[in-house]
Design a protein around this ligand. Structure first.
Ligand code: FES
Length: 144
C-alpha cells in the first residue's frame, strides 16, 4: 500500500518542527521495536495548549503522524488533546499502511507524556487525568 498524499505532504513539509525552550511540558517516547524517538513540547496557558512543537528521530510515518498530531492539538484544551487517539491521527492522514500503524502510536504517547510532564511540574498527579499511556505492544501493527 502506498502512502497517502497527506502522509507524503506532512513527511516532506512537517508542521511545527522544533523545540519550545520554555515549554510547559515535554514528553519523550520511544518505540522499543524500531528504536525511533519522538519528543513533544507543549506550551500551556490556562487549560489550552497554545503552542506545540516536535522533534522526531524516526521514520517518515512517525514524522507525518507527529506533524498531523501537533496540528490537531494546537489551540485545543488539554482535555481534548488527551482524547486524540493514534487512529484519529491516522484518519486525518487518510490512513497508513498496516506495518506503519505502530508509528502513529508514538504521536499519541508523546502528547500524553508531554501533558503528564506539565501536570507534574504543576504538582498535580497526572495518572487520574492522563490515564494509561498506550504501550507499543498494544497497537495493531504486526511488528510484534
Ligand atoms: Fe519506527 Fe516508524 S518505524 S516509528
Amino acid at each position: 500500500m502506498a502512502y497517502s498524499e497527506k502522509v507524503m505532504d506532512h513527511f516532506a513539509n512537517p508542521r511545527n518542527v522544533g523545540e519550545i525552550p520554555d515549554a510547559s511540558g515535554v514528553g519523550e517516547v520511544g518505540n522499543p521495536k524500531c528504536g525511533d524517538i519522538m519528543r513533544m513540547y507543549i506550551k500551556v496557558d490556562g487549560d489550552v495548549i497554545t503552542d506545540v512543537k516536535f522533534k522526531t528521530f524516526g521514520c517518515g510515518a512517525a514524522i507525518a503522524t507527529s506533524s498531523m498530531a501537533t496540528e490537531l492539538i494546537k489551540g485545543k484544551k488539554i482535555e481534548d488533546a488527551l482524547k486524540l487517539t493514534n487512529k484519529a491521527v491516522m484518519e486525518a492522514l487518510d490512513g497508513l499502511p498496516p506495518v506503519k500503524v505502530h508509528c502513529s502510536v508514538l504521536a499519541e504517547q508523546a502528547i500524553k507524556a508531554a501533558v503528564s510532564d506539565y501536570y507534574k511540574k504543576m504538582g498535580i498527579d497526572p495518572s487520574p487525568l492522563v490515564g494509561e499511556i498506550p504501550e507499543c505492544e498494544s497497537c495493531a501493527c504486526d511488528l510484534h
